[in-house]
Write a protein that binds this ligand. Structure first.
Ligand SMILES: [Zn+2]
Length: 494
């Protein structure tokens, strides 16, 4: 192994250094009420401090009650990542002072997390990769500070609507070695959250918050380098870019003879770089102790069995099924399963359209549908039964692939039924042999020069004649049949 001192000039940081990355993710759980009180979790767009009560404001003398659904989401996640779900768990107080935390402590889980020792496996461009998950536990969110200006003075306001929202924290072991693995891990976890229904996990609005601990070490060395915490990554792309940037920054620092200091850095999309937020000289001492207002939580085998039985088909199993039962390629199965809306459309179309060819359907979902969905800004959608009907028309040769794209685009934006778009748009393909032969005869008679060209060995003349037939039928002729019949006529007529 080469050390930094003898590295060839100009080599990338990744050749000389190995990155060691651990990820912490907070997911806002999709419950109707908050973690320890009855306040609604519908806080998006609500007036500040309109969704609070004495419990989530931390007033003296109130008692928390546990949200059972939140607990079940974490247990379900635990099963989904093959973790050990605790038979007994308990709540701890994490004590610290901050204005957005009126109680002076956050109720969390410290020594006995609900789930521990799990793993998550996913595909990357360099192959399959498994990350060990150290723990998944429940906690409550804090309020939100808003820094603003009021009557010419700078003020900090507090909105307690978020206070007490249920959060699941999921922490990996430092197994991740590249920025791409980190992004793929976060994407796979997001997909898992959405599949289970535990969280919508939208990064843009804070339902999923990803933090990365990043350090580097010369390749071949065991000891970890000094780690830097990276925050404020509000998209999957930002996760990958921020970690890449951080690896390069640390390598450049060490190469220049400097040292890495423990700190928290924030990602800034504008400059595509991380910046210093605050030093992190030592681990904070939160003086955890068991929450006296809540009893330990016992998870009975019956309850766990019930939660396990309710688990939907998980992404890994679904990809395998698409490959094995439907013959989809690993790539297509991945593209389809990684997009929850595409998966729902595919499954719905399969259920609605008996006998629809599965591979062709998969191609239409991963191709045209996903392209439309990506370009769409006005909330278009495809109905599963309508898509199944369209794919059947294509499979039966009743409509050409080119016209089917137009029909799908129309249906996607207008919602009109496929059958009426096909009829009113004249999209139905002419596959009647007699009708096509009649048109071909007319075209051949009208283009003697092209026919002569073909017979003198210019095979390319066929393309011109096919084009003439398509023109004569306003694009409705079955192109494959036109090719066949044209060649028959050209090769057999004396
Ligand atoms: Zn409340």
């Amino acid at each position: 192994m080469t050390g930094p001192a003898i590295a060839p000039a100009g080599s990338g940081a990744s050749e000389r250094y190995e990155a060691v990355i651990g990820i912490e993710i907070h997911c806002q759980l999709k419950t109707a009420s908050k973690m320890f009180c009855g306040c609604s979790t519908e806080i998006d767009g609500a007036a500040p401090n309109s969704h609070c009560c004495p419990v989530c404001l931390g007033l003296p003398g109130v008692l928390p009650t546990i949200n059972k659904t939140a607990v079940e989401y974490v247990i379900a996640t635990g099963f989904a990542i093959e973790a050990t779900v605790a038979a007994t768990t308990r709540w701890d107080r994490k004590n610290y002072f901050y204005p957005d935390l009126p109680k002076g402590y956050q109720i969390s889980q410290y020594q006995l997390p609900l789930a521990a020792n799990g793993r998550l496996t996913f595909d990357t461009s360099a192959g399959r990769f498994t990350v060990r998950v150290r723990r998944a536990h429940l906690e409550e969110d804090t309020g939100r500070l808003i820094h603003d200006e009021l009557d010419g003075r700078r003020v900090s306001l507090i909105d307690f609507n978020r206070s007490g929202m249920p959060l699941m924290e999921i922490v990996t072991e430092p197994d991740i070695r590249t920025a791409e693995q980190a992004r793929r891990y976060a994407e796979e976890l997001r997909l898992l959250m959405r599949t289970i229904g535990a969280s919508d996990a939208e990064m843009e609005n804070g339902q999923m918050r990803v933090e990365a601990n990043v350090s580097i070490r010369p390749r071949g060395r065991e000891a970890f380098g000094t780690r830097v915490e990276v925050k404020n990554m509000n998209s999957m792309r930002a996760v990958e870019r921020a970690i890449s940037f951080e690896i390069e920054r640390q390598a450049a620092e060490i190469d220049a003879g400097g040292t890495i200091r423990m700190e928290t850095r924030g990602w800034e999309d504008g400059s595509q770089s991380t910046y210093h937020m605050r030093p992190k000289e030592e681990e904070n001492d939160y003086r955890y102790f068991p929450e006296p207002d809540l009893p330990p939580l016992l998870t009975t085998p019956e309850w766990l069995a019930e939660i396990r039985a309710r688990l939907p088909e998980l992404p890994a199993a679904r990809r395998a099924r698409y490959r094995d039962a439907f013959g989809l390629s690993a790539y297509d199965a991945g593209v389809l399963v990684n997009d929850a809306a595409a998966t729902a459309l595919f499954e719905g179309a399969l259920a609605a359209g008996r006998g629809v060819p599965v591979k062709l359907l998969a191609n239409w979902v991963t191709g045209e549908y996903m392209r439309l969905a990506k370009e769409d800004a006005r909330g278009g959608s495809a109905d599963p039964a309508e898509l199944a009907a369209l794919v059947k028309l294509v499979a039966d040769g009743a409509i050409s692939g080119t016209n089917a794209k137009e029909v799908l685009a129309d249906h996607f934006s207008s919602g009109r039924p496929v059958a009426s778009i096909v009829e009113s748009g004249g999209f139905r393909q002419i596959s009647d042999a007699g009708a096509l032969r009649a048109v071909i005869d007319e075209v051949l008679a009208a283009n003697p020069a092209a026919v002569a060209d073909y017979r003198s060995g210019r095979a390319a003349a066929v393309a011109f004649l096919v084009g003439q037939v398509m023109k004569a039928t306003r694009g409705q002729a079955n192109a494959a049949m036109v090719q066949t019949f044209l060649r028959e006529r050209l090769d057999n007529v004396e």
